[in-house]
Ligand binder design. Structure first.
Ligand SMILES: [Zn+2]
Length: 213
């Protein structure tokens, strides 16, 4: 065993991987041959990096079904080249039909944005969520304390949906007449259920004209 594998956590990962391969092959011998042929996901998931947001598990989907981008607090910064590349590739080349911005309850990133404690470089990343809190302080602070972070998390998702709907690459696809919808969801950790925030955008008519290039 290599030095890398001496750690029990790592050992467990490799053991589980092998066990998974055996399990999959026993029910579908062609699974990996088919997997290596390519991908045609219908959905792009932009979610939080939180380890509890196990996309495949909570959506009961198989490898190849969901294209994924994750960052802390599922932000959608229009100048983030990493995120922009993922969205452009998913929308333009993979032709996904749905883009989902997915937050979750009890998000540590959102909670940190509501605090005055420094979290290092994350202070910069979370600053727009702090600004969002500031802009909606009256509404959020009128809620019971235990519900405030989750409401800010919802507003952050709604802002993310709006940001995706303003991207030129999305408008280009709509101009081609392609069915492309953007959704905002919350994964509720206490129930395991996804909550649809009903803020879906499915065409340029739902976007302010100044953003239509
Ligand atoms: Zn989170």
């Amino acid at each position: 065993m290599s030095a890398q594998n001496s750690n029990s956590t790592i050992c467990k990962v490799f053991e589980n991987n092998k066990s998974w391969v055996e399990q999959v092959q026993s029910t579908n011998p062609e699974f990996f041959a088919n997997l290596s042929k390519g991908q045609s996901p219908k959905l792009l998931w932009i979610g939080c990096s939180d380890s509890r947001m196990a996309v495949d598990v909570l959506t009961k989907t198989e490898p190849g079904e969901i294209f994924v981008h994750r960052n802390i607090a599922n932000r959608v910064p229009s100048e983030d080249i990493n995120l922009l590349c993922v969205i452009e590739y998913a929308v333009k080349h993979l032709k996904v039909e749905h883009v989902v911005v997915a937050g979750h309850t009890s998000c540590g990133g959102v909670k940190a944005a509501m605090s005055t404690d420094s979290v290092g470089i994350l202070d910069h990343w979370l600053r727009p969520i702090k600004d969002l809190y500031q802009a909606n302080e009256a509404e959020i602070n009128a809620l019971p304390e235990g519900e405030r972070a989750d409401r800010l998390g919802e507003l952050n998702v709604i802002q993310g949906v709006n940001a995706v709907s303003k991207l030129p690459v999305v408008h280009e696809e709509w101009k081609k007449g392609r069915d492309l919808q953007i959704h905002g969801w919350i994964f509720q950790l206490h129930t395991g259920l996804l909550k649809d925030l009903d803020v879906s955008v499915s065409g340029p008519k739902q976007v302010e004209s100044i953003y239509l290039l």
